[in-house]
Design a protein around this ligand. Structure first.
Ligand code: ZN
Ligand code: ZN
Ligand code: FE
Length: 749
């Protein structure tokens, strides 16, 4: 048969195909093996640092190459296929060869929630993996969080500690088995084990305990979301202030009991990345009111490890089969990152010591976490998912740039840090690292930079950092020895959106943000920029607000409220009545003396409005006042003449602020949002006309406000402009590193 083919009328043909993209750890080699057999080809397939290499020979080559892209496995994403003709070597079957380590590396895919086939086996009493908490296959399971250096083979993952038993090995070697060459497969005989049984974990949660449960990218602190005392204790012990906690529900039907969501949100919740999704909280639900105090939203996720499913299964009375997976379940769990306030997520039993006094028990396992990754947090805004925090399920998928650029390491800012490394036309943004105000988080940043550079196999040609000279990230970047480029904070925000959308032409950038340092040391954050390649020009800004006490004003919005009232010429007594119990006189004295820094930050404008409406005089966590203000909006409306726009593009909303004083909070929230959207529309339209530009990047942390982002995007589109909202990275400071990298890449040294 083989001999006949060699003598057929067409000359024998052999090709070498290099496949780039997400092609490791996704069942690509076994797929190629099967495809080659189907088309009667000889040759081999192997992983190397850059992806997958195939040599194939035979008459079925054309069909094989057509099917390669058409039928690729579900988790694969083919970036490019390069084909080279070879001299035929003749028959010999088709083999999967061992991986070769060399050259720039392909990163593994992000982690994937259990697939339907694995769930069927998990709850099938006759299956040998029945109730096994580490069930996985070619299509699902941990990937990035267990991976060492590429390429992605079992020997270079945390699964190296678990040699396959004979039964698993037989599946691994059987081309007809769905676990053929599955790198992360295991079973109860050979695989990882829990340190605490599912029944005991659930019993402890039922008794009101807080249990640290090891997940994919770190530990969670887990308790019963209906147990008010347990939730309050968790909040107290974690020193979390009023910051919202995420919950996990068994399925969509269960989440519907306490949250409202539409079809796109349902799809995001049940997608294989399984992010936390910010949903509208359902009034009157019986979860602890302490989960998201004073907010109209709740962060919800669905199970994403077999263990999560087993906890809900146990609570449901251990039914056989999978029918229960679609039925409403009463158990709802609070699942929050296991860390001490401000510190990095705990990923190993050693780090568990840091949780003394927070947790009542620890449910670990003997599979190591190689890569820390917090849960991703998302929100549907203007028809697409937006990141509040980007981590597990999405990292390390690269962001495609418009063209290849120099290799840059960008270190982000100070809050919500991430790193970004460019390689060719791809930008790799790290998982959320955290706020750099303690040694542990700074250490995590330094470690992550070293690890990511190593995994990508690159050395940076240049480094990028914030303009602020005192940020730890800036000092770190400057210590690395490569040429260092300082990028202004809001320029970086805008550049991140432009990089993602592939816009290289000059564009407008509206940064509605918190603090970022301007070129002269100013406090910026409500900026209209013109961005042109690596350069930017400030076209205009929000009218500055006085910030009595500087940084303290961000934690105490009432100080901003006092400053606004003072600026409007109100008397001390009437101001004091608005802010009972606060030392208004001291702030007035500061203002009279003129020793008050000013800021154009849009975040402070939201803070001031919240204070004037009596919604949040103090902020227990970053963004609390704006989030509570947004939560009260029902129907935004516009106050005519609520703003002034000067010829030099300074937008002054003080008539709006004046109108908020003494107003009902909900009514004021409607008026503030509606008027601000109209004012910003006016502002952008004027700037666009003046500059002759029509693309407008809308970025900065304030764009996580759905009312604002959707209202503004809608208005600008109606005026014929093209609004660009970030979708690949957060609009807030988690997206800074991408923008810094893009600016540095375009800079001439
Ligand atoms: Zn599976
Ligand atoms: Zn086994
Ligand atoms: Fe920012």
């Amino acid at each position: 048969m083989k001999a006949m083919r060699a003598t057929a009328k067409m000359a024998p043909r052999r090709v070498r195909a290099r496949v780039r993209g997400v092609v490791q750890g996704v069942g690509f080699r076994p797929f190629i093996h099967g495809l080659a057999h189907r088309h009667g080809l000889d040759g081999w397939v192997k992983n190397d640092g850059q992806g997958v290499v195939i040599e194939a020979e035979g008459d079925g080559l054309d069909g094989f190459l057509a099917d390669l892209e058409r039928l690729a496995p579900p988790l694969a994403r083919i970036g490019a296929v390069e084909i080279e003709e070879m001299a035929p070597v003749g028959a010999g079957g088709f083999a999967i060869l061992d991986s070769v380590v060399s050259g720039p590396a392909t990163l593994p895919p992000a982690d994937v929630a259990p697939c339907p086939d694995c769930l069927r086996e998990l709850f099938e009493p006759a299956d040998r993996r029945h109730l096994y908490p580490f069930i996985a296959c070619t299509d699902c399971g941990p990937r990035y969080t267990i991976a060492d250096a590429p390429p992605f083979d079992r020997a270079r993952t945390a699964m190296v500690d678990f040699p396959l038993c004979p039964d698993c090995l037989a599946e691994y070697r059987n081309p007809a088995d769905r676990r053929f060459h599955a790198q992360t497969m295991a079973c109860p005989v050979c695989g990882p084990k829990l340190t605490m049984g599912v029944d005991e974990i659930l019993a402890r949660i039922g008794r009101g305990e807080i249990v640290a449960v090891k997940g994919l990218g770190g530990f969670h602190l887990v308790c019963d979301a209906r147990d008010r005392e347990a939730v309050a204790r968790l909040r107290r012990r974690k020193e979390r202030g009023g910051k919202p906690l995420a919950v996990m529900a068994a399925n969509l039907a269960s989440a519907a009991a306490f949250a409202d969501f539409d079809a796109t949100e349902a799809a995001l919740l049940s997608g294989r990345e399984r992010p936390i999704v910010l949903l509208r909280a359902r009034p009157g639900a019986d979860l602890s009111p302490d989960i998201a105090p004073a907010l109209a939203t709740i962060g919800v996720m669905l199970p994403y490890t077999p263990l999560h499913y087993l906890l809900f299964h146990q609570a449901a009375g251990r039914p056989a089969g999978v029918d229960w997976l679609d039925r409403p379940q009463s158990l709802v769990l609070v699942m929050t990152s296991a860390n001490r306030s401000g510190e990095p997520l705990v990923i190993d039993e050693a780090g568990i010591g840091r949780l003394d006094g927070i947790v009542d028990a620890v449910a670990g396992n003997d599979r190591a976490i190689r890569q820390r990754a917090d849960d991703s947090v998302t929100r549907m805004i203007a028809g697409a998912p937006r990141f509040i925090r980007r981590g597990r399920g999405f990292v390390p998928d690269p962001i495609r740039l418009a063209r290849p650029v120099p290799t840059v390491l960008a270190v982000g800012g100070h809050l919500k840090s991430t790193l970004c490394i460019t390689r060719g036309d791809e930008a790799f943004v790290s998982a959320h690292i955290g706020d750099l105000d303690n040694a542990a988080t700074y250490g995590a940043l330094v470690d992550e930079a070293a690890r990511l550079l190593d995994r990508l196999g690159v050395t940076p040609d240049r480094v990028a950092h914030d303009l602020h000279p005192d940020f730890l990230s800036t000092r770190y970047a400057q210590s690395l020895g490569a040429p260092a480029i300082a990028v202004q904070h809001h320029h970086a925000h805008v550049a991140a959106a432009l990089a993602e959308h592939g816009v290289e032409a000059p564009a407008l950038g509206l940064a509605l943000d918190g603090y970022g340092m301007g070129p002269g040391g100013e406090s910026w954050g409500g900026e209209m920029l013109r961005v042109d390649g690596a350069a930017f020009r400030r076209l205009g800004h929000l009218a500055p607000l006085p910030q009595p006490g500087g940084e303290a004003a961000a934690r105490q919005p009432w100080r901003l409220g006092v400053a606004v009232c003072h600026g409007l010429g109100m008397g001390g007594c009437s101001i004091a009545r608005l802010f009972p119990g606060r030392d208004v006189a001291a702030i007035l004295a500061l203002l009279e003396a003129g020793h008050v820094p000013i800021s154009t930050a849009c975040g402070r404008l939201f803070d001031a409005a919240s204070a004037l409406l009596g919604i949040a005089l103090e902020a227990r966590y970053e963004g609390e006042a704006p989030m509570r203000l947004e939560s009260l909006v029902t129907r935004p409306r516009v106050l005519d003449d609520g703003w002034r726009l000067s010829d030099d593009l300074v937008l002054d909303p003080s008539p709006l602020l004046a109108a908020l004083i003494g107003r009902d909070a909900a009514d004021g929230a409607d008026l503030f949002h509606g008027t601000l959207i109209a004012a910003l529309t006016d502002w952008v339209t004027a700037a666009a006309a003046r500059e002759g530009l029509d693309h407008v990047a809308l970025t900065g942390g304030c764009l996580l406000n759905r009312v604002l982002a959707e209202g503004l995007a809608h208005n600008l589109a109606e005026r014929g402009l093209t609004p660009l909202l970030p979708g690949a990275v957060p609009p807030g400071d988690g997206g800074l590193s991408l923008g810094q990298a893009w600016v540095a890449a375009l800079s001439t040294l």
